[in-house]
Design a protein around this ligand. Structure first.
Ligand code: FDP
Length: 299
């Protein structure tokens, strides 16, 4: 039997096939990740490379996804928010994973996600290297949103790992209605606070913030609007990580016809050398993201 190490050239797979396999692995692992949560609502011993405490569920999801994705013959590197360095798993595409996004929502039993970015380059990669992205949302149901080849698709994932398309060619609605921003409000910079007050003054806009980026971004993808985790007074780079959160979410939102920004440029144009580097994140309908950039321009 061909193992990953002894594949002949004829047995190597195309990037397009590998992307499909990555999405398939992630969808099929999702019910297992979900089923593994109830017993893992406790802190793990370690911290992740960003200095945040880990839950047992973070570690569990990371190990599961590393094993499964690392087994794919077209995957060369696996990196996650839970590991200091990428794991060399062969030759091929690089995969960056946030195994359990929003894991502080585990204890109160709220929404969480898994985020996946696929790069055709060694890690750390750039926005131009993104060839596909996806997230799983563990909500009332389990869904997966993928972006590749200019199209965003939403799937519903069943308990046995089978999945089916529930929304094709997902686009941000033209009549946006939700907004949500992370960080403590007193820590926001004044120009950003002023921008948010303006958004709030629009009677058609409603606050929707759940503390899990994927849950919050999925609301924007469903109803239209804006999500951000901004620059904070004591954390100019915000909280979210470029490789694991910024690029994949920007790729999905931009492919769905929206915009992304770090405050002055598309998130896809941000370049940071550190695998775990952070960036402010603003994503949503064009007008809202343009409004953030305008508001922050004078800072
Ligand atoms: P969490 O720390 O719970 O994993 O990835 C970081 C993240 O969640 C995002 O999912 C979420 O948007 C943000 O942090 C929430 O941060 P705050 O607790 O500061 O609101």
């Amino acid at each position: 039997m061909a193992t990953k190490e002894n594949l002949t050239p004829a047995e190597t797979v195309s990037n397009a096939t590998t992307i499909s396999q990555i999405f398939d692995v992630v969808a099929r692992a999702a019910p297992e990740v979900r089923a593994g949560l109830p017993g893992r609502r406790v802190a793990a011993e370690g911290e992740n490379p960003s200095g945040e405490s880990q839950m047992a569920a973070d570690v569990f999801a990371d190990e599961l996804l590393c094993d499964r994705l690392g087994d794919l013959s077209g995957v060369g590197e696996y990196a996650s928010e839970e590991r200091e360095h990428p794991v060399d798993v062969g030759t091929g595409l690089s995969v960056c994973v946030d195994p359990l996004d929003g894991s502080s929502n585990l204890k109160p039993n709220n929404t969480m996600g898994t985020i996946v970015a696929v790069y055709d380059a060694p890690l750390p990669a750039t926005g131009a290297d993104v060839v596909a992205s996806a997230y799983v949302l563990y909500g009332a149901t389990t869904t997966m949103v993928t972006a590749r080849d200019g199209t965003v698709t939403e799937y519903v994932i069943h308990e046995d790992g089978e999945y089916e398309v529930c929304r094709e060619d997902v686009r941000l609605p033209d009549d946006p209605s939700v907004y949500g921003f992370g960080g403590r409000v007193p820590d926001w910079v004044d120009s950003f606070t002023a921008y948010v007050r303006e958004v709030e003054s629009d009677p058609s806009m409603k606050l929707r913030y759940g503390g899990s980026m994927i849950g919050d971004v999925n609301q924007v993808l469903t109803y239209g609007g804006v999500f951000g985790y901004p620059t904070l007074a004591d954390a100019p780079e915000g909280k979210l990580r470029v490789q694991f959160e910024g690029y994949p979410v920007a790729h999905i939102v931009e492919t769905a016809g929206g915009r992304s920004s770090d405050g002055s440029q598309s998130l896809m144009d941000v370049e940071k050398e550190d695998l775990h580097a952070r960036t402010p994140v603003y994503v949503g309908n064009e007008a809202f993201v343009a409004g953030v950039e305008e508001a922050l321009a004078d800072d």
